[in-house]
Every structure is written in C-alpha cells, then in structure tokens.
Design a protein around this ligand. Structure first.
Ligand code: ASP
Length: 327
C-alpha cells in the first residue's frame, strides 16, 4: 500500500538540542534525520522526506529565513506532500506560526512543533510532540486550517496560540478560545470547524522596520519621540489593559500616526482591545481619533508581524480590514 507523503523540516530549538560536554548547556545540534529515529512508528504512517534547514535557537530566526522555510514547504506540497511539519524552538513558535499562516495559501496542513525538554532530559517531550504533529499533518480533518501548533497533546491555531509559560511542559495555550483540537488515543479530534483565514501575498520587500514598544508605568517618551527619526515604517504598542497609553505617550502618538501606521494592542496576554469604552486621553477612543488602529485580539507581537507583512506588499492602507475582531 502506498503511504501518504509527509515532509518534515528541522530548524533547531530545544527539540534539536543536546549538550556537547556535561555542564555546558544544550545547543541545537540534532539533525532532522536524528529526530526521526526517536519515532520509528512514523514509517508505518507515511513516506517521509526530512531536511535540516537550520540548527538555530528560535530567538535567532528571522523573517528572511522563514520566507525560505515557506518556499521549501510550498515545494513539498507541489511534490505531493499531504502535510508538512516543521520543528523549531518554542520561544518564537507563536510568531513563526502566524508569520507562515498569513502566507500559506494551501489547504494542506502546515504544522509547527517543538519541545520544552531537550532529548537528554528525563521525560523529553520532543518525540511525542513530533509524532503528534505528524499525525495532525496527515489527518484529513486538518485540511483548510492553515498553520497549526501542536504541543503537549493540543492543537492550537496560529492566530491565537501563545507561549504562556517559560519552562513548564504545558507552555502553550490559546487564551479566550482554547485549543482548536486534541490528540486523543492517537486520533486527531477537532473541537471546532476550520475558521476563515487571511492569506496575504508574499512581501515584495523585506527591509521595512516595525518597532514594538510596551507601555509601562511612568515610561519616558524618548524612544517614541525618535521613532520617525529612526526611520521606522510602522509602530506597534503593547498598551495597558484594553489598549491604553499615558497622556504623554498619546500626545506623541498623534504626530507619529500622521506619518506611519500605528497599532495599539493589549499587553495583558489575553482578550481584545476596546474601541468605544474609554474616553480619557490615552484611552482607545482618543487613540483612534489620533489615527491609531486597535489590534483587537491580535497580541502585540502578532500585530507587528501583520503590519510588517502588509508593508511588505504595500497593503498598509488596508490595515483596518485585516485587524478584524475574529480569532
Ligand atoms: N527554549 C527554547 C525552546 O523551547 C529555545 C528556542 O526557542 O530555541 O526551544
């Protein structure tokens, strides 16, 4: 019997990490091929192609690198892969997932996974996560769901998933909506049907710069005042509460928003920004009047990625259309 084709790429991260010498700390050094040897049962499920595209800690991934990963994944689909799996570090998993999701035009599942414990640690979760990710990528009911993150027996949508714990095994969650699905007794079970997706054209340029600042109590305005002089093309602020900043910051924003797109998200880690609740200076109604856009449910990091991609394909003027309230 012909097995379905599955393509796997390793980028690095804890799932690919081991220590060369005792006491030195783990570094990315385990190839994709070696990762596969930890899940021999996969050979009964799929005909697998595996490549090591990088051995990086995920903090050092960048958009250009991810664009290369995207074209590799597209090539796999064109070669007949029914699913694609990418292993990477968990520190930036939520950002890589949403970046790829905005650019993934296929119904074919693209699944990202990683590990919280390296291979040498007792109870390493890498092999289980990788096998789960492969099962999700191979499952027929994973079609039309764009990019998903599989960790610790849960399936999360790219748009909603966040790393919400630094070291725990259960490090990923999807605030407000919860996981899109679960792996139950090796079966892929979805808790809701696929939602509507936004797919953007590939960026024609990659030199645009989008700054991300977080509002904090009694913060000065030095960085903010220099955003335009530093040639940023866009600005995202992780605002207080429902998307608020201080009166001092708001005064500066008015000037900036006349020149470049400004998005205000919430720094709380969960929930949406408001649109029509607070009327004080620096509140969302004031900021909208001053020309800023509210991020809705998009977290600051994902709002930055959306703006970077829109600038890259000259669609920044349609920002409001992309910042809808869906999650
Ligand atoms: N701690 C990270 C991980 O879980 C390291 C990284 O993101 O590369 O993979």
């Amino acid at each position: 019997m012909d097995l379905p084709k599955l393509s796997i790429a390793a980028l690095g991260g804890t799932v690919s990490m081991q220590a060369s010498n005792a006491g030195e700390g783990v570094i990315p050094s385990v190839s994709g091929e070696a990762l596969l040897s930890s899940i021999p049962e996969l050979t009964t499920l799929a005909g697998v192609t595996v490549e090591t595209l990088g051995l990086l800690p995920s903090a050092s991934l960048d958009f250009e690198f991810l664009l290369n990963v995207l074209s590799w994944a597209e090539f796999q689909v064109k070669q007949g892969a029914v699913g694609v799996v990418i292993t990477q570090g968990t520190d930036t998993l939520e950002e890589a997932a949403v970046f790829l999701d905005y650019l993934w035009p296929y119904d074919t599942p693209l699944v990202l996974t990683g590990a919280m414990r390296s291979a040498a640690q007792p109870g390493a979760d890498g092999p289980a996560n990788l096998l789960d990710a492969c099962r999700v990528a191979l499952a027929h009911n994973s079609q039309q769901r764009g990019v998903q993150v599989v960790m610790n027996g849960q399936i999360h949508q790219a748009g909603s998933v966040r790393k919400t714990d630094s070291l725990a095994l259960q490090a990923f969650s999807s605030p407000v909506v919860g996981p899109a699905g679960l792996l139950l007794e090796d079966r892929v079970r979805y808790l809701r049907p696929p939602g509507q997706r936004t797919v953007l054209p590939l960026p024609q340029q990659t030199t645009q710069k989008v700054a991300l600042l977080e509002a904090s109590l009694s913060a000065d305005t030095l960085l903010l005042e220099n955003i335009l002089a530093l040639d940023y093309d866009g600005l995202v602020i992780g605002g207080f509460g429902a998307g608020h900043i201080s009166q001092r910051w708001a005064t500066t924003i008015e000037h900036i928003a006349k020149r470049i797109p400004v998005i205000i998200a919430t720094r709380t880690g969960s929930g949406s920004t408001a649109r029509a609740s607070y009327g004080f200076g620096g509140g969302e109604m004031d900021l909208i009047r001053k020309g800023a856009s509210m991020a809705g449910f998009l977290c600051p990091r994902k709002a930055r990625i959306l703006l970077w991609l829109l600038l890259g394909c000259q669609r920044q003027h349609a920002l409001a259309q992309y910042l809808n309230e869906d999650i």
